[in-house]
Ligand binder design. Sequence first.
Ligand SMILES: [Zn+2]
Ligand SMILES: [Zn+2]
Length: 471
Amino acid sequence: MTDSPTYIRFWSGLTSIGGTVISLENGRHRLIFDFGLSYNPGEAYLDGQVKLRPTALVQDHLHLNMIPPIDGIYGHQNIGPSLDLVAAEESDRQSAVLISHLHLDHMGAMGLTHSDIPVYLTEDSHRLYQALEHIGEGVAGTRTYSTCAFDTPFTHGPFTITPLAVDHDIPGACSFHIRTPHGSLLYTGDFRLHGQHPEVAYEWLEKAKALGIDILISEGTTLRPHEEGQNEPLLGDPAHPATLITEAALPAKVQDIVGATTTLAVFNLYHRNLVRLATMLDVGQMSGRVVALEPETAYLATKLLGRNDFSVYIGENTHAEQLSGQTTPWKKALLAELPQVTAAMLRQNPSGYFVQNSYPNCLELLDLLGIGGCYIHSNGMPLGSFDPAYPRLKKLLERLKLDYHYVGTSGHAIMQHLQYVSDELAPRVLVPLHSFNPHRLQANHGQQLLPTLGVVYQMQAGLLQEIDRSH
Ligand SMILES: [Zn+2]
Ligand SMILES: [Zn+2]
């Protein structure tokens, strides 16, 4: 127990999808969770065309308002002269960063923190991160990461942190339960109740209840505004409505489409979703087609799923690397182990394959022009019509005569489930965020707080009291 007050502050990600950054402090000790980048491809400064400046990453991200201006977490030489921030080296604060899962909106900026500040990932997230880094998909900045284990409390000064496994569409995802000298808090991270193993979600709820929660900070991605002329409150309900496609129902749906296709079958997924990747491999087996994965995805499938029942697709770019002797060592090793598939093989026997194609490699599909077939979009990029790349993908598929099928499901709980979880956990204070419509989530047992950015709140007897609007 300490005499110092406990303060909480919300830095970003209250009314956007992701980019949520919250700090919790007591005396010199401070926790910061998560540390990602807000996802909004239509409005991003860094649009993929603008080149990053590797030696000015931190200051550029700060100037563009993409990372929070928090004292004491960035390196002196990275801050730059024009920013009025205390560098990590000059601060006496003891900070630690907690990362709930490896989606970019939760971890995209974690590499920009000073290397002396521990950044915690769950063991499963860490394993995934190492594999991603190996294939060139690590985040900007070089540093090492610390691990924490599900259900295993660890301390940081007066805080006791317990990572609890949640069901989300990526391995390693967790909520953080944090016991402070002035009450307990649960930061949900991202979660859903309709994953492949729904029991994970219910175990999570039981464990969280047993630990006790005064303040619940909940994601609210799927919250929609009221429809015109309506104002009924949202009702919590754990049932799965008929319109909800569960992760467990996906293999049969993909299988139906592939089975009805007499030529080429192509799929596009987000390869950090290893459960979905396993689904695609299973569908290949069931439909008697050879699954051809891009090298990066093939690497994840061997390392993290322990599978080798597929081939590696050798597109023009990989072929060019091979010709010029520039194949990276990991790719060379992979290609030595696994059979390979080329466009010529696909043209010869299109119905014998189930081929992965991620959006950045979409021009590889031009080698298959005229064959036609099905294109299964399973939560790969571009995620939806809010991304300017989405209509471009659709236009290209028309040219290729590939029939577009969306067969996916969200990693986020539907509205009724969000409300159900919040009702079950019955916090004294509910803070909905990571949402365009956070107000829709009701506090049926306590009070709802829609916090203001930059305001400092004090935790007192499990409640939050606004104390400072000066920043
Ligand atoms: Zn998120
Ligand atoms: Zn997520």
